[in-house]
Design a protein around this ligand. Structure first.
Ligand code: ADP
Ligand code: ZN
Ligand code: ZN
Length: 710
C-alpha cells in the first residue's frame, strides 16, 4: 500500500464501500486523495476503526462536500491492478438500481473477497504466479466434429447477426458443440477477445468444464480457461479473477457469480440452461444472472447466446417474431445428433393401479427387464429423506419442528428427525412424545424409502451375469461430503450401478450413456402448486430427465420415460409426450396473459422477517398505506401509483423458520419502468416504516425484483 501525503492538489473522490445493510451511512463515501484516481481504481480506505476495500466511483462535486477536516484520506491504492472498466461500472450501477440495492454492496460483493485482506507483497506474488503460461500448447484437438445441418445453420446465424440469440435445442441436439465452435471462431479471429460461459451449477456439469478444457487448453494454453464458482477457495477465486481481469483468460466458465467477472475484452456470453432457477440469487441482491447477461452484452457490444431445451417463458416470449415485438433471435435445433432418439414417454394412470403401489406393476416389470438385459434405470422422486412426516395414529402427534412451521423429515439411515428448513435435528423418539404409543409411523415417502423399497421389490432379480441388482441413491444427503457426488457419478458411468434413485439433482446435465429407462414416481404435486411457475419448472425438469435416457444408440431405440400420475391426461403431460415445448409454452403464455402475470407484467416482492407475524405484516401494511395515502401528495407520484397493484401482506408459505416469522407483499405492474420508479421512490418510506412502534419486532426486510417463487 502506497502512502499518500497531503498536498495542495488534494482531490475529493466518491468511493464505493461495503457498509452494513441499512446503515444510515450510504455506500458512496467521500474521501480525499492527493492524486487523481480514475473511476474503477481499487483503493484501501478507512471506515470507522478499520480499513476496507474501496472502489473509486467518480470525483466528488466540490459544492456538496462536508467540511474538509471531516473527510478522511484514502489509505492507498492497490497497485498493479488496472482500474475496472467503464462497462463493468455500468453493469454494477444497473444491477444496484434495478434490484434496489446499494451500489457499494453490489460492487464489493462482485469482487473476490480475498482482494480485501491482501498485502502488497502477497499481491505481487499472486500476480507473478498468474503471469502468462509459457508452455507451448499441445497439439490442437483435431476431434472437432463436423456440424450437423441444424448446428451449421445456428452457428451461421450467430456469426452473421448481432443477437441476442435463444438457442432452442433438444437435449442432445449438440448445443454445447455450437457454443464451442462459436467460441473457437471468436478466439481465433480476434486475438484478445474473451468469452464468458455460464452454467447453472458447476459441480453438476463437470463434463462441460472438461469439454472446454480439452478443446481450448491445447489451442490457447492451460491458463486460457478459468472457472469461477462457489466451490473455489478464496485464493483460487482471486487467481481466476486476476487472470480474467488482466485479459489472459480467454474463457471464463462459471456460475451465477461469474456474470460480474472483470473481462476487459468480453465479446461473447453463453448462458447454458438459461431457464435454470439457480441463475436467480436467493439472498443479497437477488439478481438474475441471465437478465444481467443480456444487459451486459448490450453495453459491451458482445453477443449473447441463451441456450435451453425448455427456455424460460420470459425468453421464449421475447424470441417471438420481430414483427410481433420479439427482441431475441430464436434458433431451433429440434433433432438429436446421430442416431439418438428421444425416449418414448409412457404415462401410467395411477387411479387404475393397486392402492398403495409405490411403483406401478407395469413399471416394475419394465425396470426388471432392463436390468436383466444389463441396462441402467434412473428413478426420481423430488423428496429426500425416508418420509416427510412421522405420525402417531392414536393421538395425532406429528413430527413438527419446534422452530419452524414445517415438519421434520424422518431419515432412517441415522434414525433422525431433521428439519430441512432450520437444520434442527435429533433422534427419533422410541415412542410418541405425547401419548407414549410405541407405534409411530411414517407418512409419505422420500428417496431413502424408495431405495429400500426397490431393493426389496428387486431382490430376486438377476443381472445378465447372475449377480444381484445394485442400487445407488444421489441426493443432498448422500452427497454431503466433498467429492462424494463425483464418486457416485463415476460409479454410475463405470456401470457399477443398475438403478440410480435420486432427487432433481440427477435430472440435470449428466451424460449417462447406458440409461434406457427414466421414471418420475410422483410428479403431480407441481400441477396444483400455488406458485404459477411450478408447471414450467416441472415440464423442464421432466424433459431434462427424459434427456438422460437413450443417449447411446447402440442400446437400441426403445428407451422410455415413465410418468406415474393421477392426471395422466393433463395437457402438460400430453405436451411432454409429444416433446412439444412450443405447445406447452403457448398454453402457459395464454394463461399468463389472461391472469396478467409475467412476462405480461412485472412483479416485485417485499419480504419481511420479524419476531412476530403481526409485526412483519404491520411493517408491510404500513409501507403499503403510506404508498396509497401519503405518497400521492408527492409531486409526480400519482401517475406512477396508478400503474401499480399493491397486494395485501400475507404470511409466506413456510411462515416461520428458526423462530423467525416471515411475511411478504406482492407488487405488480403492466409497466416495468413504472414498477422501477415506484420501488425507487418507496425505498425511503420502507426505511421510515421500520421505526414505527407497530413494527418493533421487525428484524429485516428486502425487496426481490422479478421474484422466481411466490
Ligand atoms: P446438448 O448440449 O444439446 O445436450 P451436446 O452438445 O452435449 O448436446 O451433444 C450431445 C452429444 O453429441 C455429445 O456427446 C456431443 O459430443 C455429440 N455431438 C454434438 N455435435 C456433434 C456433431 N456435429 N457430430 C457428432 N457428434 C456430435
Ligand atoms: Zn401419540
Ligand atoms: Zn426447523
Amino acid at each position: 500500500v502506497q502512502k499518500i501525503n497531503l498536498t495542495n492538489h488534494t482531490v475529493f473522490l466518491q468511493i464505493l464501500v461495503h457498509t452494513p445493510a441499512h446503515a444510515s451511512l450510504g455506500s458512496v463515501l467521500t474521501y480525499r486523495c492527493d492524486t487523481r484516481l480514475p473511476p474503477g481504481t481499487l483503493v484501501r480506505v478507512p471506515l470507522g476503526k478499520r480499513e476496507t476495500l474501496g472502489l473509486v466511483w467518480q470525483e466528488a462535486n466540490g459544492s456538496e462536500l462536508p467540511t474538509e477536516d471531516k473527510i478522511r484520506a484514502v489509505s492507498g491504492v492497490l497497485e498493479g491492478i488496472a482500474p475496472l472498466n467503464a462497462q463493468w461500472l455500468q453493469l454494477i450501477q444497473f444491477c444496484a438500481q434495478y434490484y434496489q440495492r446499494s451500489i457499494g454492496e453490489v460492487a464489493l460483493n462482485a469482487l473476490p473477497l480475498k482482494l480485501k485482506g491482501i498485502t502488497p507483497a502477497q499481491m505481487q506474488r499472486r500476480l507473478r504466479k498468474v503471469s502468462p503460461d509459457k508452455t507451448s500448447p499441445n497439439k490442437p484437438d483435431t476431434s472437432e466434429p463436423t456440424l450437423t445441418p441444424e448446428q451449421s445453420i445456428a452457428l451461421a446465424q450467430i456469426t452473421q447477426h448481432t443477437g441476442p440469440f435463444l438457442l432452442f435445442g433438444s437435449t442432445g441436439s449438440g448445443k454445447t458443440e455450437v457454443y464451442l465452435q462459436a467460441v473457437h471462431n471468436l478466439l481465433t479471429n480476434k486475438p484478445h477477445a474473451q468469452a464468458l460461459i455460464m452454467v447453472p451449477e458447476i459441480n453438476l456439469t463437470p463434463q462441460l468444464e472438461y469439454r472446454f478444457l480439452a478443446r481450448f487448453a491445447p489451442l490457447f494454453g492451460s491458463q486460457a480457461v478459468v472457472s469461477m464458482h462457489s466451490g473455489l477457495t478464496p485464493v483460487q477465486r482471486l487467481k481466476s479473477w486476476l487472470v480474467a481481469h488482466q485479459g489472459e483468460a480467454r474463457i471464463v466458465l462459471g456460475t451465477r457469480m461469474a456474470i460480474f467477472a472483470s473481462l476487459p475484452q468480453l465479446q461473447l456470453i453463453v448462458v447454458d440452461e438459461e431457464h435454470d432457477p439457480s441463475y436467480k440469487g436467493s439472498d443479497g441482491a437477488r439478481y438474475s444472472a441471465r437478465d444481467l447477461a443480456l444487459f451486459r452484452a448490450k453495453i459491451e457490444g458482445a453477443k449473447v447466446i441463451l441456450g435451453s431445451a425448455t427456455p424460460s417463458l420470459e425468453s421464449w416470449h421475447s424470441s417471438r417474431p420481430t414483427s410481433e415485438g420479439g427482441r431475441i433471435v430464436r434458433l431451433a435445433m429440434p433433432s438429436r445428433v446421430g442416431q439418438g432418439v428421444l425416449p418414448q414417454v409412457r404415462r401410467i394412470d395411477m387411479r387404475h393401479q393397486p392402492r398403495q403401489a409405490v411403483i406401478a406393476p407395469p413399471l416394475l416389470q419394465a425396470i426388471t427387464e432392463r436390468i436383466q438385459r444389463g441396462e441402467q434405470c434412473m428413478i426420481f422422486l423430488n423428496r429426500r429423506g425416508y418420509a416427510p412426516v412421522l405420525h402417531c395414529a392414536d393421538c395425532g402427534w406429528k413430527s413438527a419442528c419446534p422452530h419452524c412451521s414445517a415438519f421434520r423429515v424422518f431419515h432412517k439411515i441415522d434414525r433422525s428427525l431433521r428439519c430441512h428448513h432450520c437444520g434442527f435435528a435429533d433422534t427419533v423418539p422410541r415412542a410418541c412424545p405425547d401419548c407414549g404409543n410405541i407405534d409411530i409411523t411414517p407418512i409419505g415417502r422420500g428417496t431413502e424409502q424408495l431405495e429400500e423399497h426397490l431393493a426389496a421389490l428387486l431382490s430376486q432379480v438377476q443381472r445378465p451375469d447372475g449377480s444381484a441388482v445394485r442400487i445407488a441413491r444421489i441426493d443432498a444427503d448422500s452427497t454431503r461430503h466433498k467429492g462424494s457426488l463425483e464418486q457416485q457419478l463415476a460409479a454410475v458411468h463405470a456401470g457399477e450401478v443398475d438403478i440410480l434413485v435420486g432427487t432433481q439433482m440427477i435430472a440435470k446435465g449428466h451424460d449417462f450413456r447406458r440409461i434406457t429407462l427414466v421414471a418420475a414416481i410422483n410428479p403431480d404435486n407441481a400441477l396444483f402448486s400455488s406458485d404459477f411457475r411450478a408447471p414450467e419448472r416441472l415440464f423442464s425438469l421432466l424433459l431434462q430427465a427424459a434427456g438422460r435416457a437413450g443417449r447411446d444408440a447402440s442400446l437400441g431405440e426403445n428407451s422410455e420415460m415413465w410418468i406415474q400420475s393421477y392426471q395422466p391426461d393433463h395437457p402438460l403431460y400430453a405436451a411432454l409426450k409429444a416433446y412439444d415445448y412450443p405447445t406447452f409454452a403457448a398454453q402457459q403464455l395464454q394463461e399468463r396473459t389472461q391472469a396478467g402475470m409475467p412476462p405480461f407484467s412485472a412483479q416485485a416482492l417485499v419480504r419481511a422477517e420479524a419476531r412476530s407475524q403481526e409485526s412483519a405484516q404491520a411493517f408491510l401494511q404500513a409501507a403499503r398505506d403510506a404508498a396509497l395515502h401519503e405518497m400521492p401528495h408527492w409531486e409526480g407520484w400519482a401517475p406512477v401509483l396508478e400503474q401499480i397493484s399493491l397486494y395485501s401482506a400475507v404470511p409466506m408459505t413456510v411462515q416461520r423458520i428458526a423462530n423467525i416469522e416471515r411475511a411478504q407483499m406482492l407488487l405488480e405492474s403492466p409497466s416495468r419502468p413504472a414498477l422501477q420508479q415506484f420501488l425507487a421512490g418507496w425505498q425511503s418510506v420502507l426505511h421510515a416504516c421500520r421505526k414505527l412502534d407497530a413494527c418493533k419486532g421487525l428484524i429485516r426486510w428486502a425487496i426481490d425484483v422479478d421474484p422466481q417463487s411466490i
